[in-house]
Structure formats: C-alpha cells, structure tokens
Design a binder for this molecule. Structure first.
Ligand code: PEP
Length: 257
C-alpha cells in the first residue's frame, strides 16, 4: 500500500519571536509541495499563534502542531495548556510521548495514553513517539519497548480514530546525537511496530494505512536511504528542522521516493 509521506519539524525549546517567524516564512516558501507529502511544524507554545498567521498569510499547506498539552479541558492546572486553547490558535496536530517528555520530564505511559485519548477525542491528529534507549537496544529489547509504548499509548483508541494517528519511531540514542539508525535497523523496527498494530491491536487494513515516521538525527544526507525502506513513511525532525533548506530537502527526499 502506498502511504503519503509525512514530515514533522519539532522545534523544541528553540527560536525566539523573530527567528521563529523568519523560519516559518522561509519554510512556507521553500517547502515546495511538488509531490504528495504532509508537513507539520511544531514551534514553542509562545509562537504558535504568530507562526500560524505567517503560514496562513503565505497560503502554505504546512500544518501547525504543538509539542505538548494537558489532557484536561480546563481548570486548576497551573502552567498547562488545553487542547481547545491550541485549537483556538490553529493547531491541528499534537506530539505525544516524545522521548524528552518521557525521559527528561518523566511522563509515564499512563499520562501518554490519557493525552492520546484526549487529543483524539478533541479531533486532533496525534503523532505518538516511541523508541528504545541505548541500554534497551543493547539488551535486545528494542521491539519489546516499541510494542509496549505503542500498546500503552494506543489503549482505548478506536479503529476510526486510527486514521488520525501516526507513530514516530525515535530511538532515544539517536535523538539530537548525530547518530542515526541504519536504514536496515529503522526498517526492522518500523516493520515490527506495524506487525504489532496488525496482529496485536487492530487489523491489516489499519496497520497498512498507518504512517510510521523515523526520528533521530534525520538530515538531508540520510533521508533518501531511510525513506527508501518500505515501512519508513517520513520523518520527525528536530535539529535539521531549524534550518529551512535542510528541512525542505528532507521533505523533497520523501517526495522523490
Ligand atoms: C526529535 O526532536 O524528535 C528529533 C528526532 O530530533 P533530532 O532530529 O535533532 O534528532
């Protein structure tokens, strides 16, 4: 089955006002939609609204995504941001379970599942991130970790909602380190995740139509070999998404495949 490539830019806690707007402006002009690809960028909360305005004014098809949110609709949750607040400023995609939220901010699978369900209930698209640490990989636990995080993350998700779910396989040891999974390792992990969704959670049709992005030091130099793998459907990009030509080149690699 052919799946439309999907590329996400996770800006993390980078770029201040004008820098964020300049990058959005540049991406809107250089990220050519020369072939089919879905593209989303995820700026920091502060700049979602203004980045969204830049994209809208440029008539860009790039979607606006949020890096995080709180699962409750409103109330006494100091410092948190709700899904409806994100919707107000034009966000249609949310990241859930990013490794930095799991491992630096300490988010457990239960919270990640709560967020996934709340986001889907709120009609958002979800990019659910999964991936093993170096220790887990060395111990031969890569698939077990990915299956566990996928299974917990998607518990209670309906078959209909799965059309709005993308998995991002992001080996923790490859994120922001300059180390990238080999195309073969990425393919093995993606194939195993897809098989789990088919046999363990849903069915063949859902598993085959679900997109799985690769994340972990993706850049123009390795995007072509990675996207050539049959189960790699795009990229979640951190560092290289801060450089508009690099991000555009990664998008182009998926369109050329
Ligand atoms: C990420 O933030 O999801 C990511 C994959 O970062 P990087 O591309 O910098 O490794």
């Amino acid at each position: 089955m052919s799946r439309t490539p999907y590329v996400g830019g996770n800006w993390k806690m980078n770029l201040h006002g004008d820098e964020a707007l300049a990058l959005a402006q540049s991406l809107a002009s250089v990220t050519a939609m020369s072939g089919p690809a879905d593209v989303v960028i995820c700026p920091a909360f502060m700049y979602l609204s203004s980045v969204g305005d830049v994209l809208a004014k440029a008539g860009s098809l790039i979607k606006l995504g949020a890096q995080d949110f709180y699962a409750q609709p409103n109330g006494a949750f100091t410092g948190e941001v709700s899904l409806s607040m994100l919707r107000d400023v034009g966000v249609s995609v949310v990241l859930v379970g990013h490794s930095e939220r799991r491992h630096v901010l300490g988010e457990p699978d239960t919270l990640i599942n709560e967020k996934t369900l709340a986001a889907l209930e709120a009609d958002m698209e979800v990019i659910l991130c999964v991936g093993e640490t170096l220790e887990q990989r060395k111990a031969g636990k890569t698939d077990a970790i990915n299956w566990g995080q996928t299974g917990y993350g998607l518990a209670g998700v309906t078959a209909d909602q799965m059309t709005r779910v993308t998995i991002a396989y992001e080996p923790v040891w490859a994120i922001g380190t300059g180390m990238t999974a080999t195309p073969g390792d990425a393919q093995n992990a993606h194939q195993a995740i897809r098989a789990f969704v088919q046999f363990g959670l849903f069915n063949e049709s859902i598993a085959q139509s679900m997109r799985i992005m690769y994340g972990g030091s993706a850049k123009p130099a390795n995007a072509g070999d990675l996207i050539a793998q049959p189960d790699v459907d795009g990229f979640l990009v951190g560092g290289a998404s801060l450089v508009s030509d690099d991000f555009a080149a990664i998008v182009a690699a998926t369109q050329e495949n």
